[in-house]
Write a protein that binds this ligand. Structure first.
Ligand SMILES: Cc1cc2nc3c(=O)[nH]c(=O)nc-3n(C[C@H](O)[C@H](O)[C@H](O)COP(=O)(O)O)c2cc1C
Length: 184
């Protein structure tokens, strides 16, 4: 059995599960909850698709419609937490991140790799969140100009493992990800 006090192995497990989320539609990390704070200070959380996870760069990536409310929230406060509960390995991941929003020419290559059917997720008219008279009173325009990439630079990863006994550790970019154990 592996050493339960091995911080490096614990972090490695976290990254394995994250990376798997990008490649495997059925993996828990495929659908993190992205939490932000609204411009008037309210917490807000929503499910997203994990589009990228790069351990070397310490970043994860999410795609969204630039008309969605989360963009205004991130413009006001460029911070987000991503939450994942990976039941298969009994692991909760919490990633505290700084978020950069990129659109237009800088993300044209990424847009070119978005499959035709998935493009409908970008460019709702009227914009997402608008009140409408009936359920289908909107169009999905598949608009490149509404395609926004959220590059989430990780400041901290908290891993909580529901082993017996439980284990919790925090890893920070600032100290080179060496990590420390925390009381779960
Ligand atoms: C399974 C699932 C995956 C989703 N993936 C995304 C996504 O990748 N990007 C996104 O902006 N919204 C995604 N959504 C929709 C969001 O949860 C949310 O409803 C929408 O982005 C509007 O959120 P906002 O008003 O807080 O901006 C997804 C929803 C579900 C249920």
């Amino acid at each position: 059995m592996s050493d339960p006090n091995d911080l490096a192995a614990f972090l490695e497990l976290g990254w394995q599960r994250l990376t798997r989320g990008v490649a495997d539609r059925r993996a828990a990390a495929r659908h993190p909850v992205l939490a932000t704070v609204s411009p008037d200070g309210f917490p807000e959380a929503r499910t997203v698709v994990l589009r990228g996870a790069n351990r070397t760069g310490g970043v994860v990536e999410v795609h969204t419609d630039s008309g969605s409310d989360k963009i205004a929230s991130l413009q006001a406060r460029p911070f987000a937490q991503l939450h994942i509960w990976d039941e298969k390995v009994q692991l909760q991941l919490r990633l505290s991140t700084s978020v950069e929003i990129t659109q237009g020419a800088a993300v044209a290559q990424k847009w070119s790799r978005v499959p035709g059917g998935s493009r409908m997720a970008y460019g709702a008219s009227p914009k997402p969140g608008t009140a409408i008279p009936h359920a289908h009173a909107y169009e999905k325009l598949a608009s490149e100009s509404c395609f926004a990439v959220l590059t989430c630079t990780i400041r901290q990863i908290e891993l909580m493992h529901l082993a017996d006994p439980h284990r919790c550790a925090v890893f920070k970019a600032d100290d080179g990800w060496c990590g420390e154990w925390r009381v779960p």
